[in-house]
Design a protein around this ligand. Structure first.
Ligand SMILES: [Zn+2]
Length: 468
């Protein structure tokens, strides 16, 4: 008995001297860690412990060092560590049309330039090359998850996985013939194949993306949601983007676009336990009742301030959405109407636009803008249990941002700097699902030079096709 006690005491003594450290794959140490958890906890300094694809701990670097033995440590002691940014609306391959036609209103821009350019140039190759370029830009500017709708979405998915990004990717359903489907029926069949292919993927969430209420008839809109519900995947749709869309809906149905979609059961019957989630992009031309519908249905709304301003589409009522508790996120929209995929700029413009439009300088303060680009975006995509904040159990999607440029000096408040002076180029390291995609601005998953060369080569064909 006594001998046993001595052994135990000796063993405890050894443990105290050399605590057992849990082996994990990666630790990221930062000057400041913005967790974006419910308390918006900030650690200065801080460290994020990662094992495999998940965050296991967030604490002071000394505490993390005592508890864990990491296979790799990223020392970002001069940098800010925060959740990867969530872009809730874009069309990745449209980077190929960046700067092709500017300074036009949405309908003229679409009908005269974008739709004809797409008719002549969209192909699986264009989608691959474009998505690779978009992925490069997103990784380099700190986006770790993006929601997309385009054509040949299986190619978008393949490239997104290759690049290591997380994507909610919707195959577009539209009433008129497009590159990957002659009819919406064909589009739906293609979508179903796409869903089956990516249903249980670690990085890709396949989605059904009826383009908008004005580009699809009622049967197609309903068939789209039915397909999504059958497989339990999200729906992505453009909603109330322009005044023209509102006018069309009023003339045809004597209703707003939101109310029309409600009336046909697109958002789901009232007591239906939906196994799907819907993301509505733009939501500019909405009234109080529309916002109440979106809130009641649990719809995620993607606010795209830069695209809305550039196309002069209008101003989304962000304050109204926030007051109603709608799941609101930020998006860049396609690069052809922005013209980049930089979520730092989206945060800044969301804040400025809200202040300018309401005459209230307290509208969308820096913390709110950061929330919209992180946990808010995650909620808008229905993914808040997985991403959007740095918390144990969530996926390890995070970025580090340098804070020592002239533009960022002096540094009193990291959140202020992230929203008001930081650019995508300040991102140093991007990690998705525990995998390092870029470290100290060195791309790990994509061949940067090849991606840009391929895009330039393909741009020659786009130029030729549109006669420029
Ligand atoms: Zn869009």
């Amino acid at each position: 008995m006594r001998a046993n006690l001595v052994t135990i005491v000796a063993a405890v003594g050894v443990l105290a001297v050399q605590p057992v450290r849990t082996p994990i794959s990666l630790v990221v140490v930062g000057k400041t860690v913005l967790t974006q958890n419910i308390r918006r906890q900030v650690l200065s300094p801080g460290a994020v412990a990662i094992n495999g694809n998940a965050i296991v701990d967030v604490d002071a670097p000394t505490t993390i060092a005592l508890k864990y033995r990491a296979g790799e440590t990223i020392n970002a002691r001069d940098e800010i560590v925060l959740p990867g940014l969530v872009n809730t609306h874009t069309h990745a391959p449209m980077v190929m049309y960046r700067g092709l036609a500017d300074d036009l209103a949405l309908m003229e821009w679409l009908n005269k330039y974008i739709f004809p350019a797409e008719a002549k140039t969209v192909s699986p190759e264009m989608v691959r090359v474009g998505t690779r370029l978009a992925a490069l830009e997103m990784i380099e500017s700190g986006t770790t998850t993006y929601a997309d709708m385009y054509y040949f979405e299986e190619e978008v998915a393949r490239v997104t996985k290759e690049a290591g990004l997380r994507g909610v990717l919707g195959e577009t359903i539209i009433q008129f013939p497009v590159a990957d489907a002659k009819t919406p029926i064909e589009g739906l069949a293609r979508t179903e194949r796409f869903i089956k292919l990516y249903k249980d993927d670690a990085l890709i969430v396949p989605a059904v993306a009826p383009h908008a209420m004005y580009t699809n008839d009622k049967a197609t809109l309903l068939a789209s949601v039915q397909l999504a519900r059958r497989y339990g995947v999200p729906v992505i749709i453009h909603l109330a983007e322009t005044e023209n869309e509102l006018k069309t809906a009023r003339e045809k149905y004597q209703m707003t676009p939101t109310a029309y979609l409600e009336s046909i059961g697109f958002w789901g019957p009232p007591s239906d336990r939906q196994n799907t989630h819907t993301i509505a992009a733009h939501g500019v031309w909405v009234n109080d009742e529309d916002v109440a519908i979106l809130k009641r249905r649990g719809i995620g709304v993607s606010h795209n301030p830069e695209s809305n301003m550039k196309l002069s589409s209008g101003t989304a009522p962000v304050a109204m959405y926030l007051a109603a508790g709608v799941a609101l996120g930020l998006g860049t929209d396609g690069a052809a109407s922005n013209n980049d995929l930089d979520m730092f700029e989206a945060m800044r413009q969301a804040s400025f636009l809200a202040k300018h439009a309401t005459g209230d300088p307290t509208a969308v303060p820096a913390q709110t803008a950061l929330d919209l680009a992180t946990i808010g975006g995650a909620r808008a995509l229905g993914m808040e249990r997985l991403i959007g904040s740095l918390e144990p159990g969530k996926r390890a999607d995070l970025i580090t941002v340098s804070m020592n440029s002239a533009r960022q000096t002096p540094l009193y408040d990291a959140v202020s700097h992230l929203v008001y002076v930081t650019r995508g180029d300040d991102v140093r390291t991007t990690i998705v699902d525990g995998k390092v995609l870029m470290k100290d601005r060195q791309m790990k998953t994509l061949d940067r030079a090849a991606v840009i060369a391929d895009a330039n080569r393909l741009a020659g064909r786009v130029k030729e096709a549109v006669g420029r």
